[in-house]
Structure formats: C-alpha cells, structure tokens
Design a protein around this ligand. Structure first.
Ligand SMILES: *[C@@H]1O[C@H](CO)[C@@H](O)[C@H](O)[C@H]1NC(C)=O
Ligand SMILES: *[C@@H]1O[C@H](CO)[C@@H](O)[C@H](O)[C@H]1NC(C)=O
Ligand SMILES: *[C@@H]1O[C@H](CO)[C@@H](O)[C@H](O)[C@H]1NC(C)=O
Ligand SMILES: *[C@@H]1O[C@H](CO)[C@@H](O)[C@H](O)[C@H]1NC(C)=O
Length: 366
C-alpha cells in the first residue's frame, strides 16, 4: 500500500465517521484513534469539529479554524501506526493495536521506551502529512516554503520548485499533538507529560533533520546549465528507521523531575559520581519505566506474549527463535508452497507454466 498519499487526495476519501464502534468512554487527549483503519473522518462532518470525540480544547480550536487539517492528522496517525508495525514486526512487542479507541492498549499507561517510540512516531507522522498537504496546496494556512524562492545558492544552483514547508508541519504538530500534555499550570505537569512532549519533539526533529535537497537540471537536452533545487521531505519509512535506532539507545530519565528532565543516575554510579554530568539532548528518546519482557501474555498490561510468532532459527537478531521465543523453544512445520514456474511464451499469445512445489520449514514460538 502506498502511504504517501496526501491527506487531502481524493483517493483518500471513503468517508464515514465510525466512532460509534468505539467504547463510549473517550478520554480527552486520545486523538491517536483517528489513525485506526476502522475510522474514517468525514470531510463534511469536520465542519462540526465538536462531533469528533477525544479532542482537547486547543485541538478543537485548530480543527475549527482549519477543518481539512483533521484529515491530515488522521492520515499522519495512520501512516505512523503502519510504520510502527513495520519497524517492530520482528520484536517481541510488535506494535499491536486493537481495533478500538484505546489503539495501543494498556501499555500506554506506563512510560516505557515502547510508549516513547509511539509518541515520537505519531508526532512525526502528523508533521509529515501536514507538510505534504501544504505542498499540495491543500491547507488554507500554508503553502510551499517561500523562504529561499528565486535565490541563488553558493554552489551556483537556483532555489526553485516547491520546498516542503516543514516549518508549518512542525508548528502544527507542536500545537495539535502536544496539546493534551500542555497543562495550564506548568508545575502540575507530570513527568509523563514532559516525557511525552520531549518524545513528540524527537519525532518532529527527526523529520526536520532528514529533509533532503532535490535538484533538477534544465537546459539543452542532457546539459545542466541551470539547476533548480528544493528541500524535500524524507520517505516516512526512513524516519521510522531512524526513530527505531533512537528507541534502541533511548535514555531512562529520573521519575521525579521538578523542572527539567534529567537522566536517571544508576545506583552503582551514585557514590562515585564524577564531575561531568550527563546532559539530555533534544534528540534523545527518553523513558521513565523499564519495559516488561513481553514474553508471557498479560491481558491487564496489554501484553500478548510471543507464543505462535514466526521466528528465524538461524538468525541472530531479535527475530531469532532464541530471543523471540524467550527460551521456550519453537515448533517446526513443513510448509508446501506451490507456484508457477518454467514459464514459456507460446506464439501467439499465451504463457504456459508448470506448477512447482517448494518445501520450507516454518518455525513458530512455543
Ligand atoms: C483539498 O482537499 C479537499 C478535501 O479532500 C479536496 O476536495 C480538494 O480538492 C483539495 N484541494 C486541493 C487544492 O488539492
Ligand atoms: C479494545 O479491544 C481489546 C482487544 O480487541 C479489548 O481487550 C479491550 O477491552 C478493548 N477496549 C475497549 C476500551 O473497548
Ligand atoms: C503481533 O504479534 C501477535 C502475536 O503476539 C500477532 O497475533 C499479530 O498478528 C502481530 N501483529 C503484527 C502487526 O505483526
Ligand atoms: C533467517 O536469518 C538468516 C540469517 O540472518 C537469513 O539469511 C534468512 O534469510 C532468514 N530467514 C528467513 C525466513 O527470514
């Protein structure tokens, strides 16, 4: 499936507002359900933003001022959820969602590194889709980034075409995605609020920092007398891969931070603390709670366990049966795959094929 469709593209629109599927208990601030495939946002309905449940005041306000933006939020969340599942398909936790309002389920109640990844990729997803919509001329509040229009670069090329307006995407995502975490009184903000905002920003900065220059040549065929260049968004899957790397090296922060978030000091370091302090960078993904091992099912915590998961017997990564099955071992099944093969073209006009059978082993966790 092509997830690079614009949030405003006509192909996008099969529009119903299926919220009645969901439990009536909408907690304000859970807008992520807008990315579930069972939800579609009605463009007509968005004029009445009040009918969209789960939004906080600031989000309602943004929706009312620019109803199309809600389609972008929905499309951004959708591509983020898809990318999360793609990045985690070989992990014990595989970014499972339930087709209901809770989306990622009870794992969201703890500030683990998985939660950190979810926040950052959803924020990145909204940044991406809003920015793409700007370039398509589909949001009333923004257009292509005009900053460099017509200017010459030091290297001799000319700024031209439509540079993706990531500044607007960032701005929108900060307002919309961060809204549920930004409380009136700053000092009532919990560490979780701060953690979420921090990780939202990690997602946005990743999109921004991966913007690439793209160029086109003009002039007599093949010559490149004039070159025009513009800034372009990265493919969203590369953003996903980058955030996955950040997840791997994410930093645990202290559970009580009065003002600024700071890294948790491991116990064994506390005595022999050296002069240099570890600083938190705006690019570090952060978490508060240790993750469970995700090995055994625990419905209350929203953990499915890894029984039945496909694994790789010879691999050594997270998809290896060793790691994925948590030492429980695996079952092997011989799978028969039939396919068309040895095809010949017969004049005229058809293709004649044989049917071939291949056997291979399929391993699943016990
Ligand atoms: C923007 O999106 C709307 C709603 O999907 C669509 O009807 C309209 O044609 C789009 N406008 C442009 C300029 O692409
Ligand atoms: C959402 O779905 C999951 C499984 O599909 C279920 O366990 C959970 O209770 C549901 N939550 C709500 C709020 O309906
Ligand atoms: C994730 O793993 C569960 C089993 O633990 C499986 O049922 C589900 O299909 C997987 N989801 C994805 C998106 O791979
Ligand atoms: C399993 O892992 C090995 C080594 O990484 C790889 O060559 C092989 O293609 C993998 N098999 C499957 C079925 O993914």
């Amino acid at each position: 499936m092509d997830f690079n469709i614009l949030c405003s593209d006509k192909t996008w629109i099969k529009l119903f507002f299926l919220v009645w599927i969901f439990a009536s208990s909408f907690t304000n601030g859970n807008w992520m359900y807008l990315g579930m495939s069972s939800v579609a946002v009605d463009t007509q309905q968005t004029e009445k933003c009040n009918t969209v449940p789960g939004l906080v005041l600031e989000q309602l306000d943004l929706c009312q001022r620019n109803p199309e933006s809600l389609l972008c939020v929905s499309e951004g969340a959708r591509q983020a959820i898809h990318e999360c599942q793609n990045q985690f398909k070989f992990e014990r936790w595989n970014c499972t969602t339930s087709q209901n309002y809770s989306v990622f389920g009870p794992i969201m109640t703890k500030g683990t590194r998985e939660t950190a990844f979810i926040y950052s990729i959803l924020s990145a997803g909204v940044t991406d889709s809003v920015t793409r919509a700007c370039s398509a001329g589909n949001l009333t509040d923004c257009v292509c980034d005009p900053t460099n229009d017509g200017k010459n670069s030091v290297e001799g090329w000319v700024w031209g075409g439509c540079s993706d307006n990531v500044q607007y995407g960032l701005h929108f995502s900060r307002k919309f995605v961060d809204a549920p975490e930004v409380l009136k009184h700053q000092d009532t903000q919990s560490v979780r609020n701060k953690m979420n905002i921090h990780n939202n920003e990690v997602g946005r900065r990743t999109v921004r920092d991966m913007m690439r220059l793209r160029c086109r040549c003009h002039g007599v065929s093949g010559s490149c007398e004039i070159q025009t260049c513009w800034k372009s968004l990265p493919k969203f899957s590369t953003v996903g891969a980058k955030l996955k790397e950040k997840y791997e090296i994410s930093i645990r922060i202290a559970g009580r931070s009065k003002r600024k978030l700071r890294p948790k000091t491991p116990k064994r370091h506390r005595q022999a603390r050296t002069g240099r302090k570890k600083r938190l960078s705006k690019d570090d993904m952060v978490f508060v709670h240790k993750s469970p091992n995700f090995c055994t099912p625990n419905p209350i915590k929203g953990i499915l366990g890894t029984e039945g998961r496909l694994c790789n017997r010879t691999g050594s990564g997270p998809e290896s049966c060793d790691l994925l099955c948590c030492g429980r071992g695996y079952n092997t099944q011989v799978v028969r795959l039939t396919d068309r093969c040895q095809c010949r073209f017969i004049w005229c006009c058809y293709v004649d094929c044989k049917t071939c059978e291949t056997l291979f082993d399929r391993h699943t966790c016990k």
